[in-house]
Write a protein that binds this ligand. Structure first.
Ligand SMILES: [Zn+2]
Length: 198
């Protein structure tokens, strides 16, 4: 009788470099959804020393941890989430905003259940913002339907830098209050933002 072998077992004769992937569970683990915490932490819900240190340094937040755990769990049901990426989770007064790549955005659009589950588990509305290749494109996606006419770096007299976004259109058409949009933009860009209306 032919024996069925787990795909990871074929790695046995390979050099140690490849074998170490088996320690993490499975070589094919890199198909997993990419989240701000490591896959061990996302799966087990316990923080490893590395992720714990990142949390203490403020590089990741509790919201990153919560949303990562839910997404990794949901990936088993919605395989479209595999190979997608959550860059960051931002919390505002009104909601949780996930900064995601295009593939994750598409998975959210295709399966509204993903958003519904996150919303239920995180206890507040969840919105996604598409992370584009450039900051300007990301802002264009964020501030739609308003038009982004330009993004410029400005030097403030105290020596710090800020980003100035020039927006055109109707402010009331924005999906969230302007102050919330500005907070999200600042966290995405990791810079203070100034908004000019043209
Ligand atoms: Zn970890």
């Amino acid at each position: 009788m032919k024996q069925t072998r787990h795909p990871c077992l074929v790695l046995r004769p390979l050099p140690r470099f490849f074998r170490r992937f088996r320690l993490a569970g499975c070589f094919f683990g890199d198909l997993m959804v990419k989240v701000p915490i490591c896959s061990f932490c996302a799966k087990t819900g316990t923080l490893c020393p590395n992720c714990d240190a990142r949390l203490k340094r403020g590089e990741i937040s509790d919201w990153d941890i919560q949303s990562s755990k839910v997404l990794v769990r949901l990936e088993k049901k919605y395989s479209n989430l595999a190979k997608t990426r959550l860059k960051q989770t931002i919390q505002t007064d009104e909601m949780v905003v996930l900064i995601v790549d295009r593939k994750m955005k598409e998975a959210f659009d295709q399966y509204p259940e993903i958003n519904n589950t996150l919303q239920k588990e995180l206890g507040r509305p969840v919105n996604t913002v598409l992370l584009e290749n450039s900051m300007r494109d990301t802002f264009t996606s964020l501030f739609a339907p308003m038009e982004v006419l330009g993004v410029d770096q400005i030097f403030v007299p105290d020596g710090t830098k800020e980003l100035k976004i020039r927006l055109k259109g109707d402010v009331s058409s924005l999906p969230l209050p302007l102050e919330t949009m500005k907070t999200i933009a600042e966290k995405v860009a990791e810079s203070l933002i100034r908004i000019d209306f043209v």
